[in-house]
Design a protein around this ligand. Structure first.
Ligand SMILES: [Zn+2]
Length: 191
């Protein structure tokens, strides 16, 4: 009888221990989140006096298959630059690319690209039909994967994700305009 009571007591104190650990863990998560919001919204700017340091850049998530399709599209369009819309979801800290819409390079150029208004309309319509939004644009470069002066001008007008693939070095990089042009982190999902 005494042994049974002791076992019950041990089980109860074990459950209490787990409960306390969980409570501490949830409190840490909650306060870390509050601190994060406070830092983003108020503290960062007052302490650094530099708005660009406080800007939260989204993490861009793309599936390996979509990325491969874009790369193959760029290679098959050579020597011309190619372009495509990136379609997905957009939140404060994350951009997820679910789909792509390949577009015609209206410039037919090896050094620049532009999108015909009709194709623009088609791209936005495609995104809308999928219940998604146009979250960025992809294009290729016959040089390094960094925005050209023309790109920079249009990045200011279209502050979404700009994914650039170099057909020379076979590198890709993502950028966004947030007060200034910044490189974003790309996360490639396999499978
Ligand atoms: Zn470019």
């Amino acid at each position: 009888m005494a042994l049974r009571l002791n076992t019950q007591k041990t089980q109860r104190s074990y459950a209490k221990f787990i409960y306390i650990i969980m409570k501490i863990f949830l409190n840490i998560v909650f306060f870390r989140y509050l601190f994060y919001l406070w830092w983003q919204e108020y503290a960062c700017f007052y302490l650094t006096k530099n708005i660009s340091l406080c800007i939260l850049l989204p993490l861009v998530i793309i599936n390996h298959k979509e990325l491969e399709t874009l790369i193959n599209f760029a290679k098959s369009s050579l020597p011309k630059e190619c372009c495509a819309f990136l379609i997905g979801t957009n939140s404060r800290d994350e951009v997820i690319i679910y789909n792509i819409v390949t577009l015609r390079n209206y410039d037919e150029s090896i050094f620049s690209f532009s999108i015909d208004p009709q194709d623009l309309f088609f791209g936005y319509k495609q995104a809308d039909q999928l219940g998604l939004e146009v979250v960025g644009v992809f294009h290729s470069h016959p040089s390094l994967p960094f925005p050209s002066s023309k790109d920079k001008k249009f990045m200011r007008l279209n502050p979404f994700i700009w994914l650039i693939y170099s057909t020379v070095t076979e590198e890709y990089k993502g950028f966004i305009y947030r007060q200034q042009i910044k490189e974003v982190k790309l996360h490639i999902i396999m499978g």
